[in-house]
Write a protein that binds this ligand. Structure first.
Ligand code: SF4
Length: 328
């Protein structure tokens, strides 16, 4: 794809659990199982899937909050997964993260001004007046009042706290922000305000986002490209417009059918998702979606499908016909 910013290649992360004597032996939890993705500069890659599918682990690996077991993430010709942690500081300034629950990531004993000043000083020592001016500028661009500077996080609503978290991420003038379920805990009306704010900031500062969510309807609003993930693997990837004009993968169709519609009588042909996602400790053989797939065929239980489609829109499903790049 054109204009690549970060190229993720075959990223893997396995957690080992239950090594105690009462645990009945060690278990391996495959959080990311060979993920490859392209993130375009100045664009938003939406990463969507149910809880526990490994999407947050990808975001955490990219900013080295979690160490992958293997794989690459190429940024400006450098594999940032191989950089020593002690040498990652310059990248930490460029790469930021916003979490789902801003309250737990904001120090309750610090005012908003102190929270912002702390991070500005850490990354770029400036004169006192410059730091203060920058704080006010950050409040302005994130839609917060100037008098917020002397208030504590508990004095704000959930949406306002997420604005503070965004202001903090912007304080170091990042190129790339991992947005990890940033609106999941907010009311629907506030969700759209935060998404619009993120879009405005992208337009103004050219920031690249990895936007992680379990909600395809939210991802649709902010993304340029969308990757759909299930049990550690990418199931479908596409430019947004192409994805919604022709869905390839039964899992993506089921996710879309699970989105509440304004007119419930207007039923989609695809079946909504049934049952729980299997445990990542015991991933089904073959295509991991076969235990819930309404279109499962014999081969699905034995063999993981190869990649079918084009660079701009591909999926992993035995039902996809290579010649037409569509469902048979
Ligand atoms: Fe369903 Fe088989 Fe396609 Fe997997 S490979 S999504 S089980 S049809």
């Amino acid at each position: 794809m054109e204009n690549n910013y970060i190229s993720i290649r075959n990223l893997k992360k396995v957690y080992t659990s239950g090594s105690g004597i009462f645990s009945g032996g060690k278990h391996q939890l495959k959080a990311i199982d060979g993920v490859s993705l392209e993130i375009r500069k100045g664009k938003t890659l939406g990463l969507v899937g149910e809880s526990g599918c490994g999407k947050s682990t990808i975001g955490r690996c990219l900013i080295r909050l979690t160490e992958p077991d293997s794989g690459e993430a190429i940024y400006q010709g450098i594999d940032i997964m191989k950089i020593k942690k002690s040498e990652f500081t310059p990248y930490r300034k460029k790469f930021q993260i916003i979490f789902q629950d801003p309250y737990s990531s904001l120090n309750p004993r610090m005012t908003v001004g102190d929270i912002l000043k702390e991070i500005i000083k850490f990354h770029n020592p400036n004169k006192k007046k410059e730091i203060e001016d920058k704080c006010y500028k950050l409040l302005e661009v994130t839609g917060l009042n100037r008098n917020s500077i002397n208030k504590y996080p508990h004095e704000f609503s959930g949406g306002q706290r997420q604005r503070i978290a965004i202001a903090r991420a912007l304080a170091v003038e990042p190129e790339f922000i991992v947005c990890d379920e940033p609106v999941s805990a907010l009311d629907v009306s506030i969700q759209s305000q935060i998404i619009n704010l993120l879009k405005d900031l992208q337009k103004e500062f050219g920031i690249t986002y990895l936007f992680i969510s379990h909600d395809l309807s939210v991802v649709k609003h902010i993304s340029d490209d969308i990757a759909v993930m299930y049990l550690g693997k990418i199931m479908e990837f596409s430019e947004k417009e192409k994805l919604f004009s022709e869905l390839y993968h039964p899992y993506t169709k089921s996710l879309l059918s699970s989105v509440p519609k304004p007119e419930p009588r207007n039923k989609s042909r695809a079946e909504a998702l049934k049952g729980e996602i299997p445990s990542p400790l015991n991933i089904p053989s073959g295509c991991p979606f076969h235990t819930r797939c309404p279109q499962v065929i014999d081969i699905c239980t034995e063999l993981f499908p190869s990649k079918r489609g084009s660079d701009n829109h591909y999926a992993y499903c035995h039902l996809i016909n290579d010649k037409t790049s569509g469902i048979k």
